[in-house]
Ligand binder design. Structure first.
Ligand SMILES: Nc1ncnc2c1ncn2[C@@H]1O[C@H](COP(=O)(O)OP(=O)(O)OP(=O)(O)O)[C@@H](O)[C@H]1O
Ligand SMILES: [Mg+2]
Length: 366
């Protein structure tokens, strides 16, 4: 079970450059012309988590294995995409499959790099992309609502409920607002929403791609994006894709030195990965021993057996119990045996809900 984040934006804004830096490969072709990317590129990225390093030190773990998040580099979209312009529907289908969106906005000046709309204006660009996604959602709702009208007249209760929900969403979109900002939905409607697979219902994070010199400070463009993001309750991250791709190729020691020269305490990529992970309503749990310290991911609300199942399906099938220490207790008691002595090791059953930071031993029988 993996979670992913799609990299979305206008053509030639630096999506593939960012993807390559994230995945530390040159898997995606990045070049100075619009529509360079056609087929989506997919890559898995380690999620940085300092808690994992702290646990590994206490347990003297030989290896550290972070949890992973998948990024998908998607073709650029242009005005009219929802009507089939540019690469049109093809890339919209790819966006439909991702769990969250990292929306890349060009915030760097460079006369050598073509901007499809002539000049740099990230807030306008964000609106251009969002408008296409909203138009595509309106289109898809309209088609489905027509089919549901008949069914709901025939007395189909589910069809009736879906139609009522879609009418609310349609009205909201018609006001020029994305589905994710719809309020006044019932609990049942909120649960149903993801199944409609609407493009603008996915959580969004704005990525300001800046010139090398602005990586630490941001610039006037990123300030405007920050205001926009704040007004929507969305996150934004300032990174320079160009420089991140250089940093990604350095050895760890050189990396730290280079970052401090730039005035950065960590890479923009680390911030971006964590922000992407944060969009997804996920929990991290740990398994820790002398062999390895490892982080794992489950969706919020997962039970202990479901968490066990992320490691191995047998662990879930034969689940007996979970022995659990919270991250805070593990650190405060200087490790597992200290936590045991202090009575901080809990024995939890199959209805236990995972808490972020739990350190688990699963007991199972197959
Ligand atoms: N921060 C930056 N500063 C300067 N140039 C950059 C920066 N980020 C990317 N570029 C350059 O912009 C050009 C386009 O980059 P890239 O191919 O990654 O864009 P893209 O968004 O993937 O485009 P497409 O939608 O066509 O696939 C490349 O020449 C890249 O080197
Ligand atoms: Mg590309």
């Amino acid at each position: 079970m993996g979670f992913n984040c799609g990299i979305v934006g206008l053509p030639n804004v630096g999506k593939s450059t960012l993807f390559n830096a994230l995945t530390q490969t040159a898997a995606a072709e990045a070049a100075n012309y619009p529509f360079c990317t056609i087929e989506p590129n997919t890559g898995r990225v380690s999620v940085p988590d300092s808690r994992l390093d702290e646990l590994a030190v206490l347990a003297k773990s030989a290896t550290i294995i972070p949890t992973q998040l998948e990024f998908v580099d998607i073709a650029g979209l242009v005005r009219g995409a929802s009507q089939g312009e540019g690469l049109g529907n093809k890339f919209l289908g790819t966006i439909r499959e991702v769990d969250a969106i990292a929306h890349v906005l060009r915030c760097f000046e460079d006369t050598e790099i073509t901007h499809v709309d002539g000049d740099v204006d990230p807030v306008r660009d964000a609106a251009t992309v969002e408008t296409e996604l909203m138009l595509a959602d309106l289109d898809s709702l309209e088609k489905r609502m027509a089919a549901l009208v008949k069914k709901s007249r025939g007395g189909d209760i589910d069809a009736k409920a879906d139609l009522a929900l879609m009418e609310k969403l349609f009205a909201h979109l018609s006001d020029g607002k994305p589905v994710r900002s719809t309020d006044g939905l019932t609990d049942a409607e909120t649960l149903r929403l993801p199944y409609l697979q609407l493009l603008t219902s996915k959580p969004v994070l704005y990525v300001c791609n800046v010139a090398e010199g602005d990586a630490a400070t941001g610039n006037d463009y990123t300030k405007l994006v920050a205001e926009k993001a704040a007004s929507e309750g969305a996150a934004h991250v300032v990174v320079s894709a160009a420089i991140e791709s250089e940093i990604a190729q350095l050895e760890d020691d050189d990396k730290a030195e280079f970052l401090s020269e730039l005035g950065l305490s960590e890479t923009g990529l680390s911030r971006l990965i964590r922000a992407g992970y944060g969009l997804l309503d996920l929990l991290t749990f740990f398994t820790v021993g002398p062999k390895e310290a490892r982080a794992w991911t489950v969706a919020a609300g997962a039970s202990a057996p479901q968490a066990a199942g992320v490691i191995h399906t047998d662990f879930q099938r034969g689940f007996i119990r979970a022995e659990t220490i919270s991250f805070a207790d593990y650190i405060a008691c200087q490790g597992e045996s200290g936590a045991k002595d202090a009575g901080k090791l809990r024995v939890e059953g199959s209805d236990y809900k995972v808490v972020d930071g739990d350190v688990f031993h699963f007991r199972f029988n197959v």
